[in-house]
Structure formats: C-alpha cells, structure tokens
Write a protein that binds this ligand. Structure first.
Ligand SMILES: [Ca+2]
Ligand SMILES: [Zn+2]
Length: 284
C-alpha cells in the first residue's frame, strides 16, 4: 500500500526527534471550549456524512477528559483559511501544489496561545469517504480529521509510526481514528492529567456536586462535576454569581477563573427552573 503525507502544518519540522510526540509550542488556554464551524459543501459527501466523521474525530480527543473540549459551533460558509476569529473546517477544489490533502493553520494573538484554527481538506484529486462507505481509493474524513484536530490542539508530527500524529498514512487506512499512547502522552502534557471521577454516589437519586481544583501556570482552573440533576439544563454559580446559564445537563463543566493565588470559591449547581441546588466549596 502506498503511503502519503497527509498534511502540511504551518511549521515544517526540519528534523523530527528520535522518538515521541512533539508539541508545537503553542496551545489553547487550558479549559477552553473550542468551537469549530463546518462548511459541509463537498463534491461527494452529504452534510451528515461530513459532520458525523468530524464529530467522531473530535470525540476521540474529548473522551480523554482533559482540560479542553472540541465542540461543533454550527455551519460555515468559509472557503479560505483566514484570521477572522472563527475556526472553520472546509473543503476546497484547489489542487495543492505539494500534493498534500489536508492542512491546519493555527492563529495566535498572544505568544504561546492558539485562539483560532482553520482546517482545509482538498478534494482534488483526493477522494474523501464517509463512515458509512467502503473506501477504495482515497481517505476517510474521520481518519484525517483525527490527525488535524491534533494539530489544532497544539501537537506537531510524532515520529512514532503507530501514532495518530505520525505524518504518513496509507490510502483508506483507519488506524488514526484511535489515539496511540504517544498521542495521549502528548496531549496530556499540554492540557493536564485527567481528573479522577468522583466516588460513586451511595444514593443515585441525590444530586451531587464535586469541584476539583488545579492550576496551570498559576491560573486557577476548576473542574465542576455534578450528577442526578433531572432537568435538561442546569445553572452554575461561582460565589453567588451566575457563570453558566442554562448549560446542558451533561455532568461537567470547566471554569477557567483567569486569576492566580489561593483561597476559596463557592460553587453551586441548580436544575434550571427548579429549586434543586447543591453547593460546595473549592479550595486552592
Ligand atoms: Ca478562520
Ligand atoms: Zn499533519
């Protein structure tokens, strides 16, 4: 099977170290909710096929439970990589001179931090495939997007051949869709170790709230986890100020306080529209 280089990143690495992952030297602020927008206009895939493949690629990184989340923000009409405050993913018919199908470009307004990232998938001459198809001569969108999301998050190419961040893959391969220990080690180095889950609730009907505190470069990060709330949405308060209004009742939220130092903060989570609330005090 022929191998090909999948993507060009904005920095070409002259020499890859003998082993392991390579951080780009820039990343999203720890705790970021990273919204990506998708222009699903493609020469052969339906919107559903494209969005499903991209969602699965994002989930592969999200499920690590680290201090970031990739979230679909909505449709886009982007056709170029431009610094416009939005992270767009789109197809292009322009055949790349270097033959590479896919590229990620990160933008930065502050040294060391990514605030926007665009991903371009060139469908000329490459043929992209959805998850419900059998690829015979091209590339699965999910395969390349899992790799490109690694760049978007702040990883460069790895020299470990089994890694998702390895620069080469084969036609119709699927091996990048599950992360390698090297990828996990790399992304953990940027976004912290995952927070251990709270102990099991002795009474599964009682609403619970746990807040785990951490610091990155001195800045306070709170990981808020709740369970057994029954509404579709919850409201979250920090020190009696509403910080998340009607956010999804999905069990967790990351609060990036943007402050340093020690002390205490009181968190409260309420079922939206009811009087059911649970509070806890977080200590730094
Ligand atoms: Ca953009
Ligand atoms: Zn790449």
């Amino acid at each position: 099977m022929r191998n090909f280089i999948v993507c060009l990143f904005l920095i070409i690495v002259a020499s890859i170290p003998a082993k392991a992952y390579v951080p780009l030297g820039q990343q999203w602020p720890v705790g970021s909710i990273i919204k990506y927008y998708v222009n699903t206009n493609s020469n052969r895939l339906t919107s559903e096929q494209t969005l499903n493949a991209i969602q699965l690629a994002a989930d592969e990184w999200n499920k690590l439970g680290l201090a970031f989340r990739l979230e679909y923000g909505g449709p886009s009409s982007a056709t170029a990589m431009t610094q416009n405050g939005r992270s767009d993913i789109f197809f292009t018919d322009v055949a790349p001179a270097d033959g590479l199908c896919c590229r990620t470009r990160n933008f930065s307004l502050k040294i060391g931090f990514i605030d926007e990232s665009d991903i371009m998938l060139s469908q000329n001459p490459r043929i992209f495939f959805g998850e419900d198809e059998i690829c015979d001569s091209g590339t699965y969108v999910r395969q390349v997007m899992t790799h490109e999301f690694g760049h978007l998050l702040g990883l460069n190419h790895s020299s470990v051949p089994t890694a998702t961040m390895y620069p080469y893959t084969s036609y119709c391969a699927r091996d990048w869709t599950s992360l390698d220990p090297d990828d996990i080690e790399g992304i953990t180095s940027l976004y912290g170790a995952s927070t251990p889950p709270p102990p099991p609730d002795p009474d599964p009907t009682t609403p619970t709230l746990t807040v785990t505190t951490s610091k990155v470069k001195g800045y306070k990060i709170a990981t808020i986890r709740w369970a057994n709330f029954t509404s579709t949405y919850v409201d979250i308060y920090r020190d009696y100020t509403l910080i998340r209004k009607s956010t999804a009742n999905d069990g967790s939220e990351i609060d990036n306080l943007n402050t340093k130092g020690g002390g205490y903060n009181t968190y409260k989570v309420c079922d939206t529209g009811t009087n059911t609330c649970v509070s806890t005090v977080a200590q730094w």
